[in-house]
Write a protein that binds this ligand. Structure first.
Ligand SMILES: [Fe+2]
Length: 465
């Protein structure tokens, strides 16, 4: 009897794992006490509506153009539409500029939304603090943001990473830890699953409103870059709601047209020295689909001399060694992984699995159905894959892991937390993951990133677990 070569290789790998010759990375020894993860009640202070007639609430901002000179300001009024105009002025000027927006409403089963305003401010100066005022004509509220520096290869910039946040006591801890982290993230890359309203009967959209009020304390002051997760789909034919992403798309706007995308679920932005591509795990991505066509045309546009750091955000991870959502990202991996390797993506952030995991630089692109080469291998052109779906939502932690820890997995831990991706220059970025059980500055996992374009070979990364 002849064993196919891949069976022999597979057996060898298994054997090496058994005797400890293959280092499958580290499974953290930190075991979080298992507590029930529950949503904060409706009367919680973090959900309080601001006082005053028709006061703007759920204020949030995101990037409004391709390079960071635009900001989309969104908010909700409850009593009447009121004005969709934003007044804004730079720190050193008292002259108030005006930008006009508009508002939308939507119904979801027996819920009717407030008046959801969206206003894009354009042609701002780079690296400038602006104040902005909303609620003109009734109760006004004033916030501020700082625009990013002009796009360039050595521009330092600090991103926060949050995913699968929800609105539990643990979610509140995650957000607080992010806010008080001395690394001071300037923009959040949010990897999907926002409110978890769909866990309530009839997807009670009141929980979209409470989530909007909860996160306002951060997202009104710094942009959050949105990725759509499965909890944004809100597909509920049993109550007649058959249009996917209805609450999400009415409430959260992204600058997708600025990157020639035809839908808000996949798009790109430049920010400082980073080129960020957002993909949709829940939109068609196969050959000939709009997302595929856009993504294929998008990658050659990335000029690594201008934006050395190529970051991809998606919801469903490709390299996941938890039992939860295992291999759900596989079909997209098969479609897109060769491009990620070809274009040397630096890092991929995903959520979905409610835990933390960081991969080695691996790829799995050699398999062609008949050759049996289907085990991920180290590849210096491949990204690091990071699962950061540990925001702390109502569904609780993913604690069950595949054993033994696969070789592609460098570090994993079932805890809630957030991360910081701190770009220093064109060659170096420092990454740290922070669990909620530690002090604000403590890193439970960290890694120096050497840029794949400017530093393609040396992989002398330092890690701690
Ligand atoms: Fe998810």
């Amino acid at each position: 009897m002849v064993f196919p070569l891949f069976c022999v290789v597979g057996l060898l790998v298994l054997l090496m794992n058994e005797v400890g010759l293959c280092n499958g990375g580290t499974t953290s020894g930190f075991v979080r006490p298992l507590e029930k993860t529950v949503d904060m009640p409706l009367h919680s202070d973090v959900f309080l509506a601001p006082p005053g007639y028709n006061a703007p609430q759920q204020v949030h901002i995101t990037q409004g153009d391709h390079v960071g000179k635009g900001v989309i300001v969104s908010w909700v009024t409850m009593d009447e539409p009121g004005s969709s105009t934003v007044l804004y002025w730079s720190e050193n000027s008292s002259y108030k500029n005006k930008a006009k927006g508009n508002f939308v409403t939507y119904k979801f089963y027996n819920y009717t939304s407030g008046y959801i305003h969206h206003c894009t401010i354009k042609k701002l100066k780079f690296n400038t603090k602006y104040y902005y005022e909303v609620g003109i004509e009734h109760t006004t509220r004033t916030f501020w943001f700082t625009t990013p520096p002009e796009v360039g290869p050595d521009v330092p910039y600090t991103f926060g990473l949050i995913g699968d946040l929800g609105q539990t006591y643990d979610s509140n801890k995650t957000l607080t830890h992010y806010e008080l982290n001395p690394a001071t993230g300037k923009t959040v890359l949010f990897v999907g699953d926002l409110s978890y309203a769909d866990n309530y009967p009839n997807h009670d959209n009141v929980r979209w409103d409470t989530w909007g009020r909860f996160v306002e304390r951060s997202v009104a002051y710094q942009p959050w870059i949105w990725t759509a997760g499965n909890h944004e789909i809100d597909f509920a034919p049993e109550i007649g709601e058959t249009k996917p992403f209805k609450p999400y798309t009415h409430r959260y706007r992204v600058p997708y047209k600025a990157s020639d995308s035809t839908a808000p679920f996949w798009y790109s932005i430049k920010r400082a020295s980073a080129y960020i591509i957002v993909l949709s795990s829940y939109s068609a991505y196969g050959k000939y689909t709009p997302q595929n066509q856009w993504f294929e045309a998008e990658l050659p546009k990335v000029n690594r001399s201008e934006t050395p750091w190529l970051i991809v955000l998606m919801h469903s991870p490709w390299y996941n060694s938890y039992d939860y959502h295992y291999m759900e990202g596989e079909t997209m991996r098969v479609m897109y992984e060769p491009w990620f390797v070809q274009y040397k993506v630096d890092v991929v952030f995903a959520g979905h699995v409610h835990a933390y995991e960081r991969s080695e630089r691996v790829s799995n692109v050699a398999y062609n159905i008949v050759n049996g080469i289907c085990i991920p291998v180290r590849n210096q052109s491949a990204p690091v894959y990071i699962t950061i779906g540990d925001g702390g939502n109502i569904e609780g932690l993913a604690t069950s892991m595949t054993e033994p820890q696969p070789n592609y997995s460098a570090f994993r831990e079932a805890s809630f937390g957030h991360a910081i991706f701190d770009i220093k220059n064109r060659t170096h970025a420092y990454y740290g993951w922070h669990r909620n059980h530690d002090g604000y500055a403590v890193e439970a996992d960290s890694l120096w990133f050497f840029n794949r374009y400017w530093h393609p070979v040396d992989d002398s990364t330092t890690t701690q677990g």
